[in-house]
Design a protein around this ligand. Structure first.
Ligand code: GDP
Length: 695
């Protein structure tokens, strides 16, 4: 079986693509009609009249200022074109443009090629030190002096635990309890978090992506959103692997636990056993003299949920969770998606200050003028204070989950911060890329010098022959690589399988979690897992086209595929797999990969026999070698394979063709199985010289 999963460089590229999807699609200024086109029209006119001489105007090519390495976007800007133009210009070159995006860095030769193919000419940029850039970034404000202005805030809770122990059911039950308590029939929607209000008026914010994958993905980005972890353990199942992992994650993040012993309605439920098992993992419940609260609940029946909420509120009180509600808002992007009607939307958890409609925000390289704030029931709210999660509308681009959200003074300042961050990232990437290119160049120079030294003692003719040989093998390997991409494998080549993994999420947090899981895939040598594209939004016709081209499957997480798309996919035999539970999606992917693996061949020795004598038997006109054997161990069965070994060396392998009696009847077979020390004739498939002695 496969061990899940390592993200190949292709997957990393897909992340790049995902990020690329959120690059600013700035409307580029329309280029004025070039001076070159006007005289050309004029000259046609002259030709038609046939009188006036054609004016000799040299078409002035547009000049593009280039540097040694540039991103596609930077080159497009210098050319006054859209980044797609640059990629199109580089189509049909050895550069793999399908994996490139606006942020991809181009080497000098590709920069020149793109300029040349666009009918322009290049000019090297003057080497001048970029003037020292004044830092225009926005940072969180320092903590309030002396803790002034702090008030209690709702705790933020994540539900974790083993699969099928009832995390989702618990979250659903908690959410529904709120709807029932407030307005009958109200529908809550998945926005990444929801609030629960207790009878005492206290409020708890639950993050509604259960499981530690999402939790650790957030933490990996340096985002600490969770104050309390509710560990769900099924009372009929006890502590399982993911329970232990969840405990480890919570401990590493220094987040306190509350144990929800779930499924207590079941007859085989044994909550005491759960608590005993938890002791082995340093989770000491109050019954055993520890400080971890354990609440017996039934998420399915809704039993004891208020007690769980009260335990959470009590722990929050001990933790003294406080924040200042005044001042500029600060928060965290919990989820981010692009909605058809609403545009780029985030669920933002406010951590300090108060988020209000109309304020300007920055997160990552994007910014927002908050158009509206919505709660989990889709109701517009005017403001959201610390510890509250709301849907924020008005982002120019969707930021990433885990990004820090900061309120700034004005829209202009927000733009400035976003531009500063974009440029900083570009400079950082260029710096890294330039050092990689320099290292590559050094390696190349070294290899070239070595090659020259090796050829130095050869004659001119020998050198040519050697170069011809080397080029030929380089060409052959290029052919193999190309044909794999084009799926026309040369005979005998090992096929690396493609999997198209498209649009796995509409929610950036889950996407991150899925990509992290794929990161652990480590069976590339058996079946390559290529993430061809990662996108946000519903499955589209374009995705199907891509899947068909790559012969892959489309995976969707929390996204829809319209009926028309599903019909098209069925017609074109493209698998579209939609999920809303991460582990189920991973299971399906595992199964798909397992299907593509070559079968595992295992040998089990069923019996051993020794050859006593060998005869030549004539059947018709054919002479066949027949070995008379005695079974020493196990049993020999008619349909099994046999191997003949002498002195550790395998002499023959194949199927036995005949028993001593030459009888195929069921009774005979039964006798064979029953006897441990029978004699057999083995008619070997091909005639071989076989001597007596132990096999
Ligand atoms: P998750 O994988 O941890 O999110 O688990 P789910 O919430 O999907 O629940 C898995 C299964 O357990 C579902 O069939 C639920 O109906 C069932 N389940 C969850 N909570 C309870 C409970 O309190 N009692 C019983 N009897 N079944 C439950």
């Amino acid at each position: 079986m496969l061990q899940m999963m390592k993200l190949t460089s292709a997957a990393a590229a897909a992340r790049g693509l995902a990020r690329r999807a959120s690059l600013p699609s700035r409307p580029l200024p329309r280029r004025p009609v070039s001076a070159a086109s006007a005289p050309l029209l004029a000259s046609k006119q002259f030709k038609g009249q046939g009188k006036e001489p054609r004016p000799k105007v040299k078409a002035d090519k547009q000049e593009v200022e280039i540097r040694q390495t540039m991103t596609v976007e930077a080159l497009a800007r210098a050319m006054n074109k859209h980044p797609d133009h640059v990629l199109e210009a580089l189509a049909n070159t050895p550069l793999d443009v399908s994996r490139a995006g606006p942020s991809s860095v181009l080497e000098e030769r590709w920069i020149k090629e793109a300029v040349r193919r666009s009918g322009m000419k290049f000019r090297w940029e003057k080497l001048s030190e970029e003037p020292r850039r004044h830092n225009r970034d926005a940072v969180p404000r320092p903590p309030a002096a002396g803790g002034g202005g702090l008030v209690r805030r709702p705790p933020v809770v994540t539900v974790m635990g083993h699969v099928d122990h009832g995390k989702t059911t618990l979250l659903d039950a908690l959410r529904k309890s709120q709807v029932a308590a407030s307005e009958a029939g109200g529908i809550t929607q998945h926005i990444g978090a929801f609030g629960v209000e207790l009878a005492t008026g206290e409020r708890i914010t639950f993050l509604d992506t259960p499981g530690h994958a999402a939790f650790s993905a957030m933490r990996a980005r340096g985002a600490h959103a969770t104050d309390i972890v509710i560990l769900v353990v099924a009372a009929d199942d006890g502590v399982m692997t993911q329970t232990v992992e969840s405990i480890r994650h919570a401990k590493r993040a220094a987040v306190p636990l509350i144990v929800a012993v779930n499924k207590c309605d079941k007859a085989q439920a044994d909550p005491q056993r759960v608590k005993r098992e938890l002791l082995a993992h340093d989770v000491v419940c109050e019954d055993f003299g520890g400080d971890v609260q354990a609440v017996h609940v039934s998420a399915l029946k809704g039993h004891n949920l208020p007690a769980l909420a009260e335990a959470t509120a009590a722990l929050a009180e001990i933790l003294e969770l406080k924040a200042e509600p005044d001042g500029a808002a600060e928060g965290l992007v919990l989820e981010s998606r692009t909605d058809k009607g609403k545009g780029s939307v985030t669920t933002t958890l406010v951590r300090r200050g108060t988020l209000r409609r109309g304020c300007a925000l920055v997160a990552g390289k994007t910014w927002a003028k908050v158009r509206s704030l919505l709660d989990e029931r889709g109701r517009a709210v005017e403001e959201a204070g610390p510890g509250v999660a709301v849907e924020v509308l008005g982002w120019k681009e969707a930021p990433s989950a885990g990004d820090l959200v900061l309120e700034v003074e004005s829209e202009q300042r927000a733009r400035e911060v976003a531009a500063w961050r974009g440029r900083e990232e570009e400079l950082e990437r260029l710096g890294a890329e330039e050092s990689a290119v320099a290292a590559k160049r050094r390696d190349h120079d070294r290899a070239y010098r070595k090659e020259r030294a090796e050829l130095a003692h050869l004659s001119w003719r020998q050198r040519k022959a050697r170069l011809y040989r080397d080029n030929k093998s380089a060409f052959a390997s290029l052919f193999v690589r190309k044909s794999i991409a084009g799926r026309q494998l040369p005979r005998g080549a090992v096929a690396t399988r493609y999997l198209f993994f498209g649009r796995p999420a509409d929610v950036d947090g889950s996407l991150e979690a899925i990509l992290n899981i794929l990161d652990t895939y480590d069976a590339d040598h058996q079946c390559r897992l290529d993430v061809v594209h990662v996108g946000i939004g519903d499955v589209s016709e374009n995705d199907l086209n891509m899947a068909e081209t790559f012969g892959g499957s489309v995976y969707g997480f929390n996204v829809a595929a319209s009926k028309a798309i599903r019909q098209t996919a069925a017609r074109r035999d493209i698998a579209v797999r939609l999920h809303d539970v991460i582990y189920k999606m991973v299971d399906e992917l595992k199964a798909e990969l397992a299907d593509k693996l070559p079968p595992l061949l295992a040998r089990h020795v069923l019996g051993e026999a020794t050859v006593l004598a060998v005869f030549d038997v004539t059947a018709g006109k054919k002479k066949t070698a027949v070995a008379g054997c005695r079974v020493l161990k196990g049993q020999l069965e008619r349909k099994m394979k046999f191997r003949l070994i002498r002195g550790g060396e395998t002499l023959w392998e194949g199927e036995r063709q005949m028993t001593s009696a030459g009888d195929d009847s069921e009774g005979e077979r039964e006798r064979e199985r029953a006897s441990r020390r029978a004699f057999y004739w083995l008619r070997l498939r091909r005639r071989r010289r076989v001597g007596g002695g132990p096999c």
